[in-house]
Structures are given as C-alpha cells and as structure tokens.
Design a protein around this ligand. Structure first.
Ligand SMILES: [Zn+2]
Ligand SMILES: [Zn+2]
Length: 153
C-alpha cells in the first residue's frame, strides 16, 4: 500500500527516501504521529479526527528543509488556527538530514497552495516535495534523481 521513492544525487553521495507520510492524532488529540499509510495504520488514520499529508522540500536560498502539513480532515470543533497551533506544537522535528527544518501548515482546499509553497524565510516559490531533478540539498551542482521505488505493506 505504501510507496517509497528512492532518490540519490548525481554528483555527491546524498540519498533521500520519499515515504509519502500522513499525520494524524489519536481520538482525544493527545498523541501525534507521522507514519506511512499502511495496512496496519490505515484504520487508525481513518478514525482520527484530524489528519492530513506530510511533505518535505528544500530551499537552497536558505539551506534548510521545509516540512508541510496539509490538513485534509478536521472533525473537531477547533478552528483552523487552533489546529495549526496544535500541529506545530505536537511536531517535534527541528532538523532533517542534519540541516534546519521549518514547518508550515496548509489547508487542503487552498488550491493555490496545492503544489507550491513559499519558503517561510525568503519567500521563494518551491515545489512542496523534493522531486526528480530537484537541486541537491548537499552539494552545489548536483540534481537528485529517482532511481527506484519500493512498495511496503
Ligand atoms: Zn549532491
Ligand atoms: Zn528560503
């Protein structure tokens, strides 16, 4: 069910796995998890009152990663702002692959934001995910290339 895409740089030894994770809370909103949507986690994600998609991209201007949480379901009485604050507070990551990580929360129905985000620091337009031929986060001139995918269940 889950699909992992493997990337590697064409000029240094940088490697990256795109795991297509989803985030979700447990029913009383006390636990926050980011996991691949697999057979075992599918039910838990589906019954969660708040869930959505997780993406990671990289800004080469700022030399940092940006993790995006896109809310696709909110069945609580919390406002969008409160859900955003809850996600930012619950997500503990501040680093990714040894570099600074910033976080953003988006709403799924905000179509303008579907594929692109603006870097929260410099405002640069970025694709929401690292993808085939993105600039390498680790070296000057490299591009990351997809070299295969695995299915996980
Ligand atoms: Zn590289
Ligand atoms: Zn930037």
């Amino acid at each position: 069910m889950g699909q992992v895409i493997n990337y590697k740089c064409n000029s240094c030894d940088f490697k990256f796995k795109e795991e297509n994770k989803e985030f979700y809370f447990n029913e009383d909103l006390t636990e926050f998890k980011e996991e691949m949507c697999l057979f075992l986690t599918f039910k838990e994600i589906a019954k969660s009152p708040i869930n959505g998609l997780v993406h990671i991209t990289y800004c080469d201007n700022c030399d940092m990663f940006i993790k995006t949480y896109t809310i696709t379901k909110n069945e609580t009485k919390l406002t969008e702002k409160e859900v955003e604050d809850l996600i930012l507070k619950s997500s503990k990551d501040t680093e990714f692959l040894g570099k600074k990580l910033e976080k953003l929360v988006l709403l799924n129905y905000d179509r303008e934001n579907k594929r692109y985000i603006n870097c929260p620091e410099c405002g640069k337009d970025l694709l929401k995910t690292l993808t085939h031929k993105s600039n390498c986060p680790n070296c000057e001139n490299g591009k990351i290339l997809a070299f295969g995918f695995e299915c996980v269940d």
